[in-house]
Design a protein around this ligand. Structure first.
Ligand code: E4P
Length: 306
């Protein structure tokens, strides 16, 4: 599995690069904002982006900001023309659907994806929340899709109904098993109270009848990712899956187990991937047990001074 770092902070990108584990970078407008704020005043964003591109010998996603097809295509061309010459590694992130309110255009993102891919500009189709969106993006020619694992978990957590509307801090553990248990319990209660007919016919949508604690049948973002992987494998799409919106190192492991092409991971989560309490304790025990003779071999007779 390739590892991308999900940040625009140059110091994090350089650090991950120095470990030999970095295959690419994803940014978005929120990550650029954070990076520029932490870099302080007087930073040239153009030079900053060029520095990122030079640091990584792998794809770097830069996102468009318009919501119309024409706007996104123009911005993609501006970004590509300005920056791809630096290290030939620019990928344009295009939201799969830019609509924000009912009635907005649902198809500007997919149309822009088609046009850009025909022009040979690589697209990372972002804000993917369903396998159907991923299927459409692949068919429209996206080189990458970015399903948002953590945000689906947040959405389901709010549907568990214990604390609806809570903003869960990034990095907190998502109890998928609890979501499954809540769903089963509510179903049992509904059956017991003979409310099933009401639920089934409430909105004439059988998939949505059991909205509690799941999203269209998925109990976690990782479930949604797995479904995309199945569909892509089944039809042999070339589009690479970038597991995005990763919150914990456990999610990274689940991505690797299912054979996802890429995970784009926030830097603190990449750091966590290296730690275990028993590794630290083992290290301490080895250091405590080193005998002077062994130190002398390794460090020479004057090791005390070393
Ligand atoms: C990367 O492609 C996404 O923009 C990013 O992973 C979103 O992560 P978040 O849900 O933690 O903001």
């Amino acid at each position: 599995m390739k590892i991308f770092v999900d940040t625009a902070k140059i110091e994090e990108i350089k650090e991950a690069e120095s470990w030999g584990i970095l295959d690419g970078v994803t940014t978005n407008p929120s990550l650029i904002k954070k990076a520029v704020e932490s870099a302080g005043e007087g930073v040239s964003l153009e030079e900053y982006i060029k520095d990122i591109l030079r640091t990584v010998d792998g794809p770097v996603s830069l996102e468009v900001i318009s919501t119309t097809m024409e706007g996104m295509i123009t911005e993609a061309e501006v970004l590509y023309d300005k920056f791809n010459g630096i290290n030939n590694n620019v990928v344009i992130k295009v939201p799969v659907n830019t609509s924000m309110e009912p009635g907005d255009d649902d198809f500007a993102g997919i149309k822009a994806t088609k046009v850009l891919s025909e022009k040979g500009i690589p697209v990372n189709s972002t804000l993917i929340m369903t396998p159907n969106q991923a299927l459409m993006a692949a068919k429209a020619g996206a080189d990458y899709v970015s399903p948002f694992v953590g945000r689906i978990d947040d959405h389901i957590r709010n549907r568990i109904g214990l604390k609806g509307g809570v903003d869960y801090p990034k990095g907190t553990y998502y109890p998928e098993e609890l979501a499954v248990r809540v769903w089963e319990k509510k179903l049992e209660t509904a059956i017991h109270e003979q409310k099933i007919d009401d639920i089934v016919y409430r909105d004439h949508n059988i998939m949505r009848m059991f909205d509690w604690a799941n999203d269209d049948g998925f109990f976690s973002g990782v479930d949604m990712l797995w479904s995309i992987k199945q569909i892509y494998d089944r039809y042999g799409f070339d589009t690479e899956i970038i597991a995005a919106s990763i919150r914990t190192d456990r999610q990274v492991r689940q991505c690797a187990e299912m054979g996802v092409d890429i995970a784009t991971i926030p830097f603190p989560v990449i750091e966590n991937m290296m730690t275990h309490i028993k590794t630290s304790q083992g290290m301490k025990a080895f250091c405590d047990d080193v005998i002077p003779e062994y130190k002398a071999i390794l460090w020479g007779k004057d090791f005390e001074k070393a």
